[in-house]
Every structure is written in structure tokens, then in C-alpha cells.
Design a protein around this ligand. Structure first.
Ligand SMILES: [Zn+2]
Length: 1049
């Protein structure tokens, strides 16, 4: 081994850069990470998250330090794979590029889908390149990159061309054609040669080049105007400063932002420290942007302020709870709360932002900065961004993506650059693309590399089970009657059931789940992709799968009459439904029936045999005695299942499980994709039955893995609600004379059950919905990360819980399958994640789930908007009944049962006028005041006065408020103080059909609204024939398949 000395710069704990001399030991066995290697470098393939250099590439790309710094964003583009970053380059980025850039580079290298690696060139005897006396840093870095490029070419025996990219002109001219198949290009030349087909890449290159030139002219420190890191850290430790994420109130974005404290921080401190910290106005926000991780200094008490209690414009819903403030306070202000100002930024959490140009010319010219334009983000919480572009005229009607580069201390706005256009505002594809970007969801098609890993199943080449694999499993194909019950049209069936009487009089219940991990080994490309996506994303009109179609709707889907691999949990239950034995393991199953909810319910409710047969295709092939016998068996099984579930559920309810409320509405579309109506969804007992079986399986799997891996099992917990959060619920119930007890989940469940107004089922429904809002979110965690007494699931009243039953659609379930299979010795356990890695993964999955839910909500709102866009204002469907459920200083929030929508109704306008509805039923805006008390809000006008109480019904008119820059929203105008005519019909209908009060929120959690609740109609088969062969995105058939119910919460 040779020894060299080299000067290095290292950052010490105070953040200062210091020089040290390090000894370098040069070796010959530094791995190249290439699958083409013949030299036998040890490859890091078994490190789980790393897969080495991409296989499917025409060349390897080696950028020098300057290119990596200036054009990292281009290197991050998904299509660019097989990039080698030398250690010299990453060192440079770490010390000169700033923390954010270095983090991005690290995550690029870690991202298995990029097939890119770090090459330790400075430890490699033959690629090491000594800096010469007097040589400029950049020149040396470029030269060293070239030396590594040559080394790669030689080391791989010329099997693949190497492209080195540099902007060093002199070097370019000299080395362009110096060695065959080691190409030296500038970025522009590289993109033109290899990537000219990628849309938007030219624009991105130009934008980055422009941004680069600008930053040269004015060097900006990312963190100037903030306290140094060392001071921030000391302040946090001493309790003088508080650290947290900045959360801007989207209804009042210029005035209000909050810092949410972590519970660990607040628990140990005084009671006032428990609340969030208010950051009032843009000045105290000190250039922090929504989502940034910041450090704040608390202001002295006399400077504390209250948050606004008025409804602000553009408020469509109020998700946060109004804390217990008294109405005698200042008119529109709540109690004062801890107030602070931002003194430092720990981490910028900037993402891609969807923006558009201002519609009025004047608003666009940016004072003082020539050639610059201000753009308006789609998200109200993000400030306007200054970009330079020559494309204002061509992109005026478009939504575009921009990224923020910096926010100089002397500027009112951050600087950014244009990334690409999403298309014309108002087009459905543009709007859907926008909401995906806003929720940081990427939906690129699965790559060839991923698809190549997967088994094939086609007519010519059908997939068959390997006999050796079958012999390793318990075979249930003939011994058990297995069936599935899902929404109509569901294609990704991940759960099936069986139930039968045992000779000893006991019952045997089985839950059989798709064996996804058999097809998706840990660390494979498909696994990395699924991990990155974490969940299938369901939008109102389409879905983006977590796993490729050959798995999600074919080989893993437990459809009827085919053999499938499963992972089963099978219990033996005695007469009291106590578990006397449980078996976990891999199985082979053959589902006999793929039922949908309505037909399974009808089977129990006594539908005639003829009708049943007409609705169950699997029975139609049978005749005579076989038919009768099969039908009788199936009916018995469904009834037995419902019977078992009732018992299981009763036991959980006794333990304090909550029935919560989410208004669920389904969208009905006609065949031209026009929405015909939005109607509340009927609830059936069979929904509970299936949900209960899934809860049972999840619970028992949680027990098994938590016992086997006390420090690294993936569980799901639902924490206790924060006490103050029930205030609004308690007050609302009190207004109706009900008492809500919140001391335990059981007390809460029981008191909610008693809040029944025989005249108005809405009262109970709304109170449950308020209870739901007060809850914390359920989260995934690693058992090593929190103490054992925190494992419980509050809403389900279980001591341990996890997700096991939907591995096709949720990545958490994939991990849980691996843990269960390891625990029972059916899978190697070396793949299991450590507590730390699992905790990081849980965080990632939790974030992805939240994003998916937000995207779903945004898409539902988009479709609501489309529905009302096409309606005449006098259309019958725009005038609806609404129930008041929250009071504000200038109006109230209502729930609209017909559409399951919540929204604000203003009694006082921005101009200070109030609305009064006279005898003639004509709303008039006049001068007057609005007074709010605990249970009512009163309008006093020159024409007369009226008091609105909680739970009053009124009639509102819905109209669409179109917006150019932001999502369009619904406007609710009060038209009558009386309930709407249609209310009576709806109330009758819904109570007749089913007890609407019994909607179970937990069911929604277990069976997240999967696919279609949409009747595919008689034309479906013809359409499938006609369009089933077309590429998915062009297919009308897939359009039909993708309509699915909307759940409006
Ligand atoms: Zn090698």
C-alpha cells in the first residue's frame, strides 16, 4: 500500500472550515460498482439499499465538480442513470456547495433507482491524481475527474463508453478526442447528444445556466441574516430557543404561521409551553417558507398575540380546532398565545412548486429587477417567487413548475427558476399533474429494469407455480372454501377469507393475503420502487399503483378460479369465540368466489337463489344438485362470517373501540366522464364484517412480530388525543344538551352513542365527525423507537396493531410480511431492518401516506369544482340543505349532507356589511354587526336581527369560485334561514336504507376506498374487448375501470 499526504478541509462542530493533513493509503482494490467488471471487484450488492451502476445504460456519465454543483438538478432527472461521482467531487460539494446541495447529492447516490455510485478515486492507486503546485482547485478537480474516467474505461476493458462532462473550456478543447471512447463534453453538448428527446430538459438547462450566472454576480449565503448554527444549538439546549417546522395558515398566509412543537419537547415543560407558537406577519417569519425546519426565539409575554377567529377568504374547511377561547375577547382575536420570531433555519424543505403568471400585466413587472417576473404559487402558503424567463407570453395560460434557489436577506421575495410547464390551466390533465406535484407524488411509469425482474404471465407464456415452491407450502386449494368480498369492479384483491366448522364443534377462521414478498425480494428494483412510492395513490378518477400491473392486478391478485400464493393466518375459535390456536404461514389457495359487497349482503338478507345465481358468475357454470350444494355452502359461509365478526367486534367495542364518522360520498359519472351526481354512500353490515376480519388479522400479526422482534417490528399506533382538542366537540354537544366524556376511549364511545336527536340524525353524525377531527393520526413506528406503553391503537382499542392485509397497495404491509415470515422461519432474517433504519422508513411511509391522502382530497375537490362548473346557478342541485357545526366571528361553518361537503358561510362581508334575510326570503346586505356566543351567532342589522344556533339547518346556494393561480373553490351563500325542502327526503331515505349513524371510520382505514364503486354497466364487456388491448393510458376501457368512489371527509 502506498502512502500519500493530502491537505483536506474539514468542518468542525462550530461549522468552521479548517485545514488538516491526512495520510492517504492508496489501494488497488477500490470497487468500480459496475456489473460489467471483469476484475472481480467486490460489489456492494448485498448492502440492501445499494444496487451498483445501472445495467441498462449506453454509457457511464462522470461529471466534474463544477458541473455537479451547477447542474445537479439535471443529474437528478429520473432518466439519467449510471452516473459516477468521484470522491473528489463529493468532497468539493460538501465543503463548497452548502448543506442542502450536499444532502441532495447524497440522496441521489443512495437512490437505488438512479443506478449511480460514489467512486473512491482518491484511494485508488491508479485513479489518484495529485494536485500540482500552483494548480487551481477547479483545474485539478477537472483533471482528476478525467483520470477517473480513463481508469473506468480501462478497468472495464472498453466494454462501455465513458462520458465526462465539464464546463472547463480549455480542458474541453484539449481532451475532446484524446482517447477513444472516453468522451469529454460540456453539459449542453451532452444533453443534445443523448437527451434531446426529453421534454423540458433544454428549458431546465437554460434556467440553471441563468441562475448560475446570476449567483456569480452576487454571491449569496444561504443562511445570512440568521444566527450561526452553534448559537442556535446552544439556545435550543438552554431552552431559550425552540425548534420546529414552520406551518403557515393557508387561510391567512400573510399574517399567521405556527411552530408545532414535538410532544417530547412540550411534555417536560410548563403547561403554556404545550401550545404551538405563533409567528405573526412576514417580518418575524424572516424568510422561512412553509415546511422549513426553523429555530424560533420566544418574544416577551407583553408582545404575545392571539390567532384570528374570523373565517378568512378562501377558507374551504377548518381542519384545525378552535381552542377554548371565550367570545368576550377582542372581536376577531383568540387568547394570546406564545409568540415568537424565526432566528435561524436548520433545514430548508423546499420542493417543486406549481405556479402561474399573474393575469394583470402590472402585477407581473417586478420593481427594481429587470428581466424578472413574479409568479404566484398554487399553494396559498408559499410566497410569490421571482424568476427570470423569456417565455412569459407563451406560458401565460399555463401552470409551470419552479424551484426556489435562494432568498437573499435584502429581498421581499425568494429567487427561483423555471423547471417545466405542466400544460394549460383548466385542462384536467394539467390540474391533476399540478396536484401530484404539489403533494410531491411522482408517478413515472415502471422502468424496463423493474419490469424485467418480474415474472411473465401471458397467453403464450402463462405463469405456472413451481412444484418445489408448492411443496413447501400448506395447500388449501381443496380443503377450504375461500372467497373474497370487495367493492364492485375491484381488480387488486389482496385479501380472501375462509370459515368452517371443525369436527370438535369449534370454528376455524382464515384470512389469506396475497404473498407479495414471494415476487418482490428485499432490495430488488421493484422493491425499491415500491418503497419509494409506499402506497398506491387513488385519485377521484384514476389510480397510480405501488406495484406493476403484472403483480397488482394479476399474479398477486387473489381473483377466483386461479391458483395463487398467499400468506395465511388461521385461528381456531371455541364456542365463546375465544382463540384457542393460531397458525401463520405460506399457503397455496384457489379462491372460489369473487363477491362484491352488495351481493354478499343480499345473500345474508335473503335474496332469492335465482337472483343470487344471476349475480355470481362462478355459480353460473354449475347445475342441479352441484349448484344447490355450492350455493348453500357459500350462504352458510357468509352467514357464519358475519356471525363471527359480530362477536369479535362486540368484544372490541366493549374494550372502548370508537365508531367515528367520515362523510362518504360516491361520485356518479356518466359515460362521457361527466359527473352526474354526488351521493352519500350506503353503509352495509358486510363492510363491518370484512373490516373486522382484517382488524383481527392485523392485530394477531402485530402480536407475533412484536413478540419476535421487540426492537424492530413495524407496528401502527394511534396516540391518545390531546386533551384540549375535544373542547369544540364538548361545547357543540353541550349546545344540544349532551355530555361528552373524554377520559377514556370507552367513555368517549359511550357518550357519543348517547348523543342522539330523534328528530335529526345529523346531530350524531356531526358530533362523530368533530370527534374524528380531534383525533391524532395513526402512525407507523418501529417497536424499538417508543416505549411499550405507547404501542396501543386508541381508535381500535387494541394493545398492538399493524398493517398486514394489503401488501399490494401499502409498503408497510410488505415489510410486515417479511417480518412475519422471518418470525416463523419461512424467510431469512438477515434482510430485516435495524431499529434505526426501520424508524427512518416509517417516517418516509407516514409522509407518503399523508401525501396520498392530501392528493386524494385535492382531486375530489377538483371534481367537485368540475361538477358545479357545468351547472346553471338556478339548477336545483345548487340549492341545498346545510347544517351549522362551528361558529365564527364573521359567520359559521356548515356541513352539506347531500354532497358530504364542509364549508364556510359568511354573515359579514369583507366590506363590513352583514346579511339579513327578510320575510320575503331575499338575502340583503346592509350595515350591522355580528355577535358570537358559545352556542350561537347573531346578525343585528338595520332591517332586523336573526340568531343562528349550532345544528340549525339553513339553505345555501353553491357556486364555483374560479381561480387562475389557485385551485378553484366552492362558494356557499346563505339563501334561506329555513331548512331546504329536499332535506326531509334525504333524511328519510338514508335512515330507511341503513342507519347512517353507523358509518365506521375504522372500516375506511382497513379497506381504504379501493377502486370502483361505479357500475360498469352492460357495455363493459364489449368495451373491454374493444379497448382492452390498447396501452393503458389511451384506453377508454381503463378510464371506465378507473372511476372510483370519492370519499369526501
Ligand atoms: Zn471492477
Amino acid at each position: 500500500m502506498e502512502r500519500r499526504e493530502r491537505q483536506l478541509r474539514v468542518r468542525n462542530s462550530q461549522g468552521h472550515s479548517i485545514r488538516v493533513v491526512r495520510e492517504l493509503y492508496l489501494r488497488e482494490d477500490i470497487p468500480c460498482h459496475s456489473p460489467l467488471c471483469l476484475a472481480g471487484c467486490e460489489t456492494p450488492l448485498n448492502q440492501g439499499t445499494h444496487t451498483g451502476l445501472a445495467k441498462e445504460v449506453t454509457h457511464y456519465l462522470i461529471p466534474d465538480a463544477q458541473v455537479t454543483t451547477d447542474y445537479l438538478e439535471i443529474l437528478e432527472v429520473t432518466e439519467l442513470t449510471g452516473i459516477v461521482f468521484t470522491q473528489s467531487v463529493t468532497d468539493y460539494v460538501q465543503h463548497e456547495g452548502g448543506r442542502r446541495l450536499h444532502n441532495r447529492l447524497k440522496s441521489l447516490i443512495k437512490n437505488g433507482r438512479k443506478g449511480s455510485v460514489l467512486f473512491n478515486n482518491e484511494f485508488q492507486k491508479f485513479s489518484y491524481c495529485e494536485r500540482q503546485a500552483g494548480e487551481a482547485l477547479q483545474d485539478w478537480l477537472t483533471r482528476s475527474t478525467y483520470q477517473s474516467s480513463v481508469w473506468y474505461y480501462d478497468h472495464l476493458a472498453g466494454k462501455i463508453p465513458i462520458v465526462m462532462v465539464t464546463e472547463n473550456r480549455e480542458f474541453l478543447e484539449e481532451h475532446e478526442n484524446k482517447k477513444i471512447n472516453v468522451f469529454v463534453m460540456d453539459m449542453k453538448g451532452y444533453l443534445d447528444t443523448f437527451w434531446s428527446h426529453l421534454s423540458g430538459i433544454d428549458d431546465l438547462f437554460e434556467a440553471l445556466t441563468a441562475a448560475k450566472e446570476e449567483s456569480v454576480s452576487k454571491a449569496e449565503d444561504e443562511y445570512s441574516g440568521y444566527l450561526p448554527l452553534a448559537v442556535l444549538e446552544a439556545g435550543i439546549k438552554a431552552g431559550r430557543f425552540v425548534q420546529g417546522n414552520l406551518h403557515v395558515n393557508k387561510h391567512n398566509p400573510m399574517q399567521e404561521a405556527f411552530i408545532k412543537r414535538t410532544s417530547a419537547q412540550s411534555a417536560s415543560e410548563a403547561s403554556h409551553m404545550d401550545s404551538d407558537i405563533l409567528i405573526p406577519g412576514m417580518g418575524t417569519r424572516n424568510r422561512a417558507i412553509h415546511g422549513d425546519s426553523v429555530v424560533v426565539e420566544l418574544l416577551p409575554r407583553p408582545q404575545w398575540k392571539g390567532k384570528s377567529l374570523a373565517i378568512k377568504e378562501n377558507e374551504e374547511e377548518q381542519l384545525s380546532n378552535v381552542s377554548g377561547t371565550s367570545p368576550e375577547e377582542e372581536e376577531d382575536m383568540g387568547d394570546v398565545m406564545p409568540t415568537g420570531r424565526v432566528v435561524g433555519i436548520l433545514q430548508r424543505n423546499w420542493r417543486d412548486y406549481v405556479v402561474s403568471f399573474s393575469q394583470d400585466e402590472a402585477g407581473q413587472k417586478n420593481p427594481g429587477r429587470a428581466g424578472k417576473v413574479l409568479v404566484i404559487p398554487w399553494d396559498y402558503r408559499i410566497p410569490k417567487i421571482r424568476i427570470s424567463t423569456r417565455q412569459v407570453d407563451t406560458l401565460r395560460e399555463c401552470r409551470i413548475i419552479v424551484r426556489i434557489d435562494s432568498w437573499p436577506a435584502d429581498s421581499a421575495y425568494p429567487n427561483g427558476h423555471l423547471v417545466k410547464s405542466l400544460g394549460t390551466i383548466g385542462d384536467i390533465e394539467t390540474e391533476v399533474a399540478a396536484l401530484l406535484v404539489e403533494n410531491t407524488i411522482t408517478v413515472a411509469p415502471f422502468s424496463d429494469g423493474q419490469l424485467k425482474e418480474l415474472p411473465v404471465n401471458s397467453e403464450d407464456d402463462p405463469w405456472v407455480m413451481e412444484p418445489i415452491e408448492v411443496s413447501r407450502r400448506k395447500d388449501l386449494r381443496t380443503s377450504h372454501l375461500i372467497f373474497s368480498i370487495d367493492p364492485k369492479g375491484c381488480e387488486d384483491v389482496d385479501d380472501t377469507l375462509s370459515v368452517r366448522k371443525l369436527p370438535n364443534g369449534h370454528l376455524e377462521l382464515g384470512v389469506h393475503i396475497a404473498d407479495v414478498t414471494y415476487f418482490v425480494p428485499s432490495g430488488s428494483l421493484t422493491d425499491l420502487e415500491a418503497q419509494s412510492r409506499s402506497t398506491t395513490v387513488y385519485l377521484a378518477d384514476r389510480r397510480y399503483d405501488m406495484l406493476p400491473g403484472v403483480l397488482s392486478s394479476d399474479l398477486c391478485s387473489l381473483i377466483s378460479n386461479v391458483d395463487r400464493f398467499a400468506v395465511s393466518v388461521i385461528w381456531e375459535l371455541d364456542q365463546q369465540m375465544e382463540v384457542v390456536g393460531v397458525w401463520y404461514g405460506r399457503t397455496v389457495i384457489r379462491s372460489q368466489y369473487k363477491l362484491f359487497y352488495e351481493i354478499a349482503q343480499a345473500m345474508h338478507d335473503g335474496m332469492s337463489d335465482e337472483e343470487l345465481v344471476a349475480n355470481i358468475p362462478e355459480l353460473q357454470k354449475l347445475h342441479g344438485d352441484t349448484l344447490n350444494k355450492s350455493l348453500a355452502e357459500l350462504k352458510e359461509a357468509v352467514n357464519m362470517l358475519m356471525h363471527v365478526s359480530r362477536h369479535l367486534k362486540a368484544r372490541r367495542t366493549l374494550g372502548g373501540a370508537l365508531e367515528l364518522e367520515g362523510a362518504e360520498v360516491q361520485v356518479q359519472m356518466d359515460d362521457t366522464k361527466k359527473i352526474e351526481d354526488l351521493t352519500p354512500k350506503a353503509h352495509l353490515e358486510i363492510h363491518d364484517t370484512i373490516a373486522e376480519c382484517m382488524i383481527f388479522a392485523n392485530h394477531w400479526v402485530a402480536r407475533k412480530i412484536a413478540d419476535s422482534y421487540p426492537n424492530q417490528a413495524l407496528l401502527r399506533h394511534h396516540p391518545l388525543p390531546r386533551e384540549g382538542h375535544f373542547e369544540n366537540l364538548i361545547q357543540c354537544a353541550k349546545a344540544k344538551g349532551f355530555e361528552i366524556r373524554t377520559d377514556s376511549n370507552k367513555a368517549l364511545a359511550e357518550s357519543l352513542d348517547k348523543c342522539v336527536d330523534p328528530e335529526d340524525p345529523m346531530v350524531n353524525k356531526l358530533l362523530r365527525s368533530l370527534a374524528t377531527q380531534a383525533m391524532s393520526n395513526a402512525m407507523y413506528f418501529s417497536t424499538g423507537a417508543i416505549s411499550r406503553d405507547q404501542f396501543f391503537h386508541y381508535g381500535l382499542a387494541l394493545d398492538r396493531y399493524t398493517h398486514f392485509t394489503s401488501p399490494i397497495r401499502r409498503y408497510a404491509d410488505v415489510i410486515v410480511h417479511r417480518q412475519l415470515l422471518s418470525a416463523i422461519g419461512q424467510m431469512e432474517s438477515h434482510d430485516l431492518l435495524s431499529n434505526n433504519n426501520l424508524s427512518d422508513l416509517c417516517q418516509h411511509i407516514n409522509n407518503k401516506h399523508r401525501s396520498a391522502q392530501n392528493a386524494q382530497r385535492d382531486s375530489q375537490e377538483l371534481f367537485q369544482a368540475l361538477f358545479f362548473r357545468d351547472k346553471h346557478p338556478d339548477d336545483e342541485c345548487c340549492k341545498v340543505d346545510a347544517v351549522i357545526f362551528q361558529l365564527r366571528a364573521n359567520g359559521f361553518l356548515v356541513f352539506i349532507p347531500r354532497y358530504g361537503i364542509k364549508g364556510p358561510v359568511y354573515l359579514r362581508s369583507k366590506e363590513g356589511q352583514v346579511v339579513y334575510i327578510s320575510e320575503t326570503e331575499q338575502p340583503e346586505w346592509t350595515s350591522g354587526t355580528v355577535q358570537r356566543s358559545w352556542t350561537s351567532v347573531t346578525v343585528d342589522s338595520v332591517l332586523g336581527s336573526h340568531t343562528y344556533n349550532l345544528f340549525d339547518h339553513v339553505t345555501v346556494k353553491l357556486s364555483l369560485q374560479l381561480s387562475h393561480a389557485h385551485p378553484s373553490s366552492l362558494r356557499l351563500d346563505l339563501v334561506s334561514n329555513e331548512r331546504h325542502q329536499s332535506w326531509v327526503d334525504i333524511a328519510l331515505e338514508t335512515t330507511e336504507k341503513t342507519d347512517i349513524v353507523k358509518e365506521v371510520h375504522t372500516a375506511a382505514e382497513e379497506k381504504p376506498e379501493k377502486v370502483v364503486n361505479f357500475d360498469l354497466g352492460s357495455d363493459f364487456n364489449r368495451l373491454q374487448e374493444m379497448y382492452g388491448q390498447t396501452a393503458e393510458k389511451d384506453s377508454l376501457y381503463s378510464l371506465f375501470q378507473s372511476f372510483r368512489e370519492m370519499a369526501l371527509v
